[in-house]
Ligand binder design. Sequence first.
Ligand code: MG
Length: 205
Amino acid sequence: MNTRIGIGWDSHAFKAGIPLRIGGMTLDHPEGLAGHSDGDVLLHAITDALLGAVGAGDIGSFFPPGDPRWKDADSSIFLNLALEELRHAGYSIVNVDTTLVLAAPKISPIAGEMRSRVADLLNLPIDRVSIKAKTPEGLGVDHVAQCHAVVLVERSEDSEGLKAISEVIETQRQLEDVVDDLLSSVHGVPKRRVTPSVYDTEDIT
Ligand code: MG
């Protein structure tokens, strides 16, 4: 199976007098999102989607809310752990789609900047990241921010390539040949010119 999918969801209540952190940014707003960490609902939803895609548990199993180490923590720490789990499982992200649900502040004026910030945190081109925002019409949850995230991941070509190479390499010479082939095919570096030995090293005893 080369592709897998993950879904994440999170919610935090607004609270006066704390910074509002969403998408790794601090937004100008009189209330922030209450939580043990910085309450970044968007990064939490993406973190759970990534962990879910590779069956690696959820954010709470890695970072229990009671643990004093994660008090007011920057949520990019959680995201980085999920990225590391993904890499260990041999997968990389195809794309991430998210929907924020909150009454205020308006996300549309800063959605471009937020998309760019999240793409940077995920080390992805911006066109693989989507951030949408809606107001919670009729839900009666105007004092809560929610976020839904879906991520598609694919088996990493690098991990497949490395596995394949490790099966082939038995000697130093084979390793050099593989490196030469890679440099030549990926970077266009001409292969080494093989100079014939003046003697056969295999025969020296
Ligand atoms: Mg959360």
